[in-house]
Design a protein around this ligand. Structure first.
Ligand code: KIV
Ligand code: ZN
Length: 386
């Protein structure tokens, strides 16, 4: 039977940590409502103790959405947890996301502490957060580089303390997919109470592996994926929501499904890009300008014969109105004929050959040939034929 994957969106927390991408509370509410319509299960709305603005955003998002769980981030500290609990007061379903560094690097150089003390503080934080009456998710920061035996002990202890979800973040984007998948598998094999909690994957993209690592985590038993729209986030970003959702949708063989209404993806991607002033790279998977654009002659010809020759999903599945045939000097006659026909002209035989020769001259000069250029080319051809 297909397994349901919870989508935990952190666009408004980890995503918003990108320099220059800060949003107003109104913009965050607008995005949160769209995330709800998209079908995410959890919205991480902010880090309430970090600033009055973040506190207010968590309060207002808690009021604005009804279906997804609203989550607030904390450190494993009393004040953080108190403030997050207060911010979540209006949430239909609230979650406190608390945690602490789990790698020896963090333990020694960030906390100047010991594994024993970190474990004790993590357990204390989970118990304290649980007393507030919300769901509790524990994050073992930098789990991608943590000692595995210690990570298993920590996971077992926080689950025993009442954690509903345990997040195993690859905070620095260090892991390889195989390694990350094996880490998750190790936890399933060595944590006796693991089935009492949901295991969550939260990957960063420093080596371009965030999505691959997330999928590896899911195929080894994790049931929640932490993602951002367009993959925005600290440094090289987080795992992108649209990639995980579409991998799961396209690869039915994984035996997984989400609640994401994929046809809403493109519109939300555009909204996040414009409100955060963060352009989407042209070749970004799923939502980039070129994701469904065909420009070389061989591909265009194959695509026009049968879209599946060069497309593994339908653009409408992600809300992109249509595929496009981009005319460049690498395009062939089939693509030129197709685009000219869309403009209402019918050209073939010698006429098409002449048009194509003239088209190549323009394409070499202008790089991309637009509708207005095509109209001029066809008109000139008609004048010549008279
Ligand atoms: O990357 C990370 O470890 C985080 C935690 C705070 C969850 O964002
Ligand atoms: Zn993160």
């Amino acid at each position: 039977m297909s397994q349901r994957i919870q989508i935990f969106d952190t666009t408004l927390r980890d995503g918003e940590q990108v320099p220059g991408c800060q949003l107003s509370t109104e913009e965050k509410i607008m995005i949160a409502r769209e995330l709800e319509a998209l079908g995410v299960d959890v919205i991480e709305a902010g880090f309430p103790i970090s600033s009055p603005g973040d506190f207010l955003s968590v309060v207002e998002i808690s009021k604005a959405v009804k279906i997804p769980t609203v989550c607030g981030l904390t450190r494993a500290k009393k004040d953080d947890i108190d403030v997050a609990a207060e911010a979540l007061n209006h949430a239909a379903k609230g979650r406190i996301h608390t945690g602490i560094g789990s790698s020896d690097i963090h333990i020694k150089h960030k906390f100047k502490s010991t594994r024993e003390q970190v474990l004790e503080q993590g357990v204390w934080a989970v118990k304290y957060a649980k007393e507030k009456g919300y769901e509790v998710e524990f994050y073992a920061e930098d789990a991608g580089r943590a000692d595995l035996v210690f990570l298993a002990q920590l996971t077992e202890a926080v689950i025993a303390a009442g954690a509903d979800v345990v997040n195993i973040p690859d905070t620095t984007g260090y892991c390889l997919p195989d390694l990350y998948g094996k880490r998750i598998q190790y936890l399933f094999d060595h944590v006796s109470n693991i089935h009492k909690a949901v295991i969550s994957v939260h990957c960063h993209n420093d080596l371009g592996l965030a999505t691959a690592n997330t999928i590896a985590g899911l195929t080894h038993g994790a049931r929640q994926a932490e993602v951002t729209m367009n993959g925005i986030g600290e440094r090289a970003g987080n795992t992108s929501l649209e990639e995980v959702a579409m991998i799961i949708q396209v690869h039915k063989d994984l035996g997984l499904h989400t609640n994401i209404k994929s046809e809403r993806i493109y519109e939300l991607s555009q909204l996040v890009s414009s409100t955060m002033r963060m352009p989407v790279q042209a070749n970004k998977a799923i939502v980039g300008r070129n994701a469904f654009a065909h420009s070389s002659g061989i591909h265009q010809d194959g695509f026009l014969k049968h879209a599946e020759n060069y497309e593994i999903m339908n653009p409408a599945d992600v809300g992109v109105p249509s595929s496009s045939i981009v005319l460049t000097a690498r395009s062939g006659r089939a693509a030129l004929k197709h685009r000219v026909e869309l403009l209402g002209y019918h050209v073939e035989g010698d006429e098409l050959n002449t048009l194509y020769e003239n088209f190549l001259l323009v394409a070499d000069e202008k790089k991309m040939v637009h509708d207005a250029d095509l109209v001029t080319l066809v008109t000139n051809l008609e004048i010549l034929q008279k």
